[in-house]
Design a protein around this ligand. Structure first.
Ligand code: FUB
Length: 359
């Protein structure tokens, strides 16, 4: 078996957690190598601020908690920001940017974050369980915001979660007119199925949505106020339509929304991208408004090694880039490593599907 010390140079001299193998257990070769090996990272939200690339990932940590459908194995408690001057440059791993103990309302599970910049302030958006208890003895997922004068943090959390936002996986998109939108939501462990009409049902279903022949649950989108810390409106459904113009059904697991919203705009078209969760695809759907509806177009990426798949997409240096994660370093679902690869478009604006594992 061939081994390589991948990314050791990229990790700025910090010790590696593990050796990265060239090939997955099934013999296929990894398309890309981990960006950092000194800590475990996932759910990378990449941005270009002041000409540099900053990645806001989840910071995965070891736990003895076995895998379950609520995601209790994802026991993360803080965030660290990654920075690189340009694609391919060495990656700096920042110090702790925000810890759950510094968030007055949060109890545990600092899951996939995102960031934004406006008027000299950086905003970190993050989900975490609050301090209430549901039937499982766990808090409900809410979305918070923290601010800093530096893109690397440290960030100071607002005392309460963002009113009107809920569930998890926040992603902020700022349109060319300067208006910003918060996308959020995720089913199963993300509890989106428990929020009906904006109210949380503490005894609601964990995974059984009973939705197979009905329109699938959707991610949510709401415009942010100019303060970037509050919603300007009640969240809308980010509806995904199939090729026939009908809402994608809950039973269509290869197409329906599960988690990991990410919006970008290209050629005047809004690309709403997301994960299908239990079928492990990254998908995209396009529309003419940040609110949708969005028409399903296809897969951005086939399944990675590992259960989750969560990404971001940016344009920098004249090319488009997909940031994603797999479990190359650990082989464990909850100990992931972020990667990147180029994203290419066909002439008609469709995306060329990427295979993260190649023969
Ligand atoms: O990393 C924890 C959770 O797993 C994220 O919030 C989801 O998007 C999935 O990647």
């Amino acid at each position: 078996m061939a081994y390589r010390y991948v990314a050791a140079v990229l990790a700025c001299g910090t010790a590696s957690l593990a050796l990265a193998q060239d090939r997955a257990p099934d013999g296929r070769r990894y398309l890309s190598q981990p960006l950092v090996t000194s800590i475990y990272t996932a759910d990378p939200s990449a941005h270009v601020f002041n000409g540099k690339i900053y990645i806001y990932p989840s910071h995965d940590v070891p736990t003895e908690t076995p895998d379950d459908d609520l995601g209790n194995q994802y026991a993360m408690h803080d965030y660290r920001v990654l920075k690189m001057d340009k694609i391919g440059a060495p990656v700096t791993v920042g110090p702790v940017a925000l810890d759950v103990r510094q968030v007055p309302w949060a109890s545990q599970q600092m899951w996939a974050p995102d960031a934004a910049y406006k008027n000299g302030t950086y905003y970190l958006y993050f989900p975490a369980r609050d301090k209430t208890k549901d039937k499982n003895g766990l808090g409900k997922f809410m979305v918070g915001v923290a601010t800093s004068k530096s893109p690397m943090g440290p960030f100071k959390a607002e005392p309460k979660p963002i009113a009107g936002a809920f569930s998890m996986d926040p992603a902020v998109f700022t349109d060319s007119d300067g208006k910003s939108y918060l996308y959020f939501g995720g089913i199963w462990g993300g509890q989106l199925q428990r929020w009906k009409n904006g109210t949380f049902d503490p005894n609601g279903s964990d995974t059984d949505l009973g939705q197979d022949t009905k329109p699938a649950l959707t991610g949510k989108v709401a415009r942010l106020n100019p303060d970037m810390k509050s919603l300007a409106e009640t969240p809308h459904d980010a509806v995904i339509l199939d090729e026939a113009g009908k809402p994608v059904l809950g039973g269509d697991h290869d197409k329906r929304f599960f988690e990991a919203s990410w919006m970008f705009k290209r050629g005047g078209h809004y690309y709403y991208t997301y994960s299908t969760g239990d079928t492990h695809f990254l998908n995209y759907a396009t529309g003419t408004s940040p609110y949708g509806p969005f028409t399903y177009r296809g897969h951005i990426m086939n399944p990675v090694q590992g259960w989750t798949t969560h990404h971001s997409i940016i344009e920098t240096g004249g090319k488009w880039w997909l940031f994603y994660a797999d479990t190359q370093l650990s082989g464990k679902n909850h100990l992931r490593n972020v990667k990147l690869t180029e994203l290419t478009f066909n002439a008609d604006g469709t995306i060329k599907t990427i295979d993260p594992l190649v023969k």
